[in-house]
Design a binder for this molecule. Structure first.
Ligand code: ZN
Length: 64
C-alpha cells in the first residue's frame, strides 16, 4: 500500500505530514504546497515560537 508523502524539508518519506502554512514573504512559492514530516513540523513550530520571542539582535560591537 503506497500512501506515503514526502517531506519537502528533509526529503524523507512519511505517513504523517503537516501542510505548512506559507508566510506572506514566501509568495513566490505560494503555488507549491509544502509538506513537513512530524519532526520538521515540530521543528518549524519551535523555530517560529523562538523567532517570535527572540528579541532583536543587538548591533555588533564596534571596535575603534
Ligand atoms: Zn522532514
Amino acid at each position: 500500500m503506497k500512501n506515503k508523502f514526502r517531506c519537502d524539508f528533509c526529503g524523507i518519506e512519511t505517513d504523517w505530514v503537516a501542510r505548512v502554512a506559507i508566510a506572506p514573504s514566501y509568495n513566490r512559492m505560494y503555488s507549491e504546497p509544502k509538506y513537513a514530516c512530524r519532526a520538521c513540523h515540530e521543528k518549524k513550530e519551535h523555530e517560529r515560537e523562538t523567532s517570535i520571542r527572540k528579541p532583536p539582535s543587538p548591533p555588533p560591537p564596534q571596535q575603534a
